[in-house]
Design a protein around this ligand. Structure first.
Ligand code: HEC
Ligand code: HEC
Ligand code: HEC
Ligand code: HEC
Length: 258
């Protein structure tokens, strides 16, 4: 049993409770604890033990919770974002702008999608803003940017690092974040025979559902009669006609399909 050099009573046998507080005052918590443990009544030792045990248990529970949280969801999320990130249209241009293969980049650049952000600064957009009582500029309003800019997150109020607002609705709005496809693309460029390689492993093949994520009634300019159909009726969106306006097929693939 260690004894406080200046207050030897701190190590005195049970019963002699002299100098407990003196010990604490002059020599701090540890010596005080030594005194209590060596001297005080059993009940007091028990309750002290209970307090320490409860503390240790809470620390264990809290750290277990933190560790589970650290091991499970965040790592899973980190993998998702690390694996598929937005890279921006300039990357696609390098490989997808050959005239013989359909000039996808030029066709996109010439489409209205590439001007979707610009559109938010137009008089037309200001009219829309006025009509719905918007207090902020449309091109600075997350709600508008959410559909007029690729990957814009209306909660964090920001676009992915490699996405420029000015480029509006880019390739990855429809084909999904493409960082992993860039790796596939490099492999594919080296291959003579591409059969057996799933080109859509890390890139989306968009369909009507993809368009509907933006072409829907949350759009303040939504028009239920925007499209006239062949049978004389109208519709808010017609995939066939809309797709025809933005189509960028690879003629080599079309030949293969026939
Ligand atoms: C390093 C070159 C490279 C880059 C960069 C690249 N791709 Fe590809 N991509 C390819 C190759 C090669 C194929 C397979 C083409 C084929 O099968 O004829 C392909 C296939 C595709 C396909 C499937 C349809 C098809 O033609 O087979 C889509 C969609 C696609 N890429 C979109 C994109 C988008 C969007 C980007 C930019 C974010 C991009 N790619 C960047 C090389 C690339
Ligand atoms: C739910 C997605 C969505 C949201 C949110 C959205 N837009 Fe749009 N916006 C679109 C789509 C899709 C079009 C193209 C409609 C078409 O031509 O089929 C469009 C077109 C427009 C047009 C052109 C007029 C027209 O009818 O084509 C203006 C102007 C416009 N939006 C302004 C705004 C403003 C201002 C905001 C924010 C208050 C906003 N948009 C929010 C999806 C959206
Ligand atoms: C508005 C949505 C949208 C945008 C923006 C878009 N695409 Fe596409 N893309 C599609 C759709 C829809 C298809 C047809 C999918 C199918 O074959 O069913 C397609 C097909 C393709 C194909 C396959 C061509 C073929 O015939 O095999 C390539 C490659 C491609 N896109 C690349 C791009 C690139 C590169 C960009 C940007 C420069 C881009 N796309 C922008 C919707 C889009
Ligand atoms: C990320 C949101 C988004 C997605 C996804 C999207 N669009 Fe759009 N689209 C817009 C916005 C915003 C505009 C208005 C751009 C402008 O007028 O400058 C627009 C405009 C258009 C227009 C021009 C309408 C006109 O008046 O000529 C067509 C056509 C179109 N989209 C077709 C499609 C098709 C087909 C798909 C799916 C394959 C698609 N869009 C997916 C947001 C989107």
């Amino acid at each position: 049993m260690p004894i406080c050099p200046e207050y030897p009573e701190s190590g005195a046998p049970p019963g002699k409770s002299v100098a407990i507080f003196e010990t604490f005052r002059h020599h701090g918590f540890v010596w005080w604890l030594v005194g209590v443990l060596s001297r005080e009544k059993r009940s007091m030792r028990t309750s002290l033990f209970a307090v320490v045990a409860t503390l240790l248990f809470s620390v264990a529970v809290v750290s277990a919770t933190l560790m589970t949280a650290a091991i499970n969801p965040p790592i899973a999320r980190a993998q998702d974002t690390a694996q598929r990130q937005y890279v921006g249209n300039s990357k696609c241009k390098i490989c997808h702008n050959k005239p013989s293969e359909g000039e996808q980049w030029t066709k996109w650049k010439d489409s209205k999608h590439s001007h979707a952000y610009e559109l938010l600064s137009s008089d037309e957009a200001l009219q829309v803003a006025k009509k719905i009582g918007l207090k902020t500029k449309p091109n600075e309003t997350p709600r508008c940017l959410g559909c007029h800019v690729t990957g814009y997150n209306t909660e964090t109020k920001s676009a992915p690092a490699d996405i420029k607002l000015e480029d509006g609705v880019q390739c990855e709005s429809c084909h999904g974040p493409a960082s992993e496809h860039l790796k596939d693309g490099k492999k594919l460029m080296m291959m003579k025979d591409r059969s057996g390689f799933d080109v859509y492993a890390h890139i989306l093949k968009p369909d009507e559902k993809t368009c509907r994520t933006c072409h829907n009634d949350k759009n303040p300019t939504y028009d239920p009669k925007r499209y006239k159909l062949e049978d004389g009726t109208t519709a808010d969106f017609d995939f066939k006609q809309a797709y025809a306006k933005i189509a960028h097929p690879n003629p080599k693939h079309e030949k293969k399909d026939q």
